[in-house]
Design a protein around this ligand. Structure first.
Ligand SMILES: [Zn+2]
Length: 190
């Protein structure tokens, strides 16, 4: 199944600002980044000012407009157990011990482990380096914008290009209301 979405999540995957999610949604709503009925999360869409949070430099044409036009992207929230967000675009990362590139399948296994219900301290969450034999924590790896782990994430899903850019102003707003630095990832399949 191929999904395409962008997600905003704490930089530190161990942070769990679950009690501030409502505040964050309210702030996004007040700024016109999110529209709909806050009491009915299924109704939430990208709002008229969504570009305060992200922009698509290469928007996908759709009938009567673009896929990222206000109202065309669904907004959802993940809140609870730590979850891995990744797609086919997951970037390889370097071993923190010897700087070799870690095997891609070890990285994918770590994301799949959480998806399959394994605990955060499961051995699958440690990526072993084939070169030096040392372990690397998947949680602490730098996946850049291609993936990440989070207890709380705000997701925008729709027909965008694969080159969406976050707006620093929106990241700062979300970081402030969630009480922890927030980063951006874009997940897609081929
Ligand atoms: Zn190594």
């Amino acid at each position: 199944m191929s999904r395409k979405y962008i997600a905003f999540m704490p930089v530190n995957p161990r942070e769990n600002p679950a009690d501030r999610v409502d505040l964050a949604l309210a702030a996004l709503f007040e700024n016109g980044i999110v529209a709909g009925d806050l009491r009915d999360r299924a109704s939430l869409r990208n709002g008229p000012n969504y570009t305060l949070l992200f922009k698509d430099p290469d928007p996908r044409k759709q009938e009567g407009g673009f896929g990222c036009d206000p109202g065309r992207m669904t907004v959802s929230v993940h809140c609870g157990d730590m979850k891995g967000f990744s797609g086919d675009n997951l970037e390889p990362v370097a071993c923190i011990h010897c700087n070799s590139e870690l095997p891609y399948n070890a990285a994918q296994d770590a994301f799949w482990a959480l998806r399959d219900g394994k605990p955060v301290d499961d051995p699958m969450m440690t990526m072993e380096c084939y070169h030096c034999g040392e372990g690397n924590s998947a949680l602490d790896a730098d996946w850049s914008r291609s993936g990440g782990f989070a207890h709380v994430a705000i997701l925008f899903e729709g027909e965008t290009s694969n080159r969406v850019e976050p707006n620093p102003a929106g990241l700062a707003l979300l970081s402030q209301v969630l009480g922890t630095p927030v980063r951006f990832v874009q997940v897609h399949g081929w």
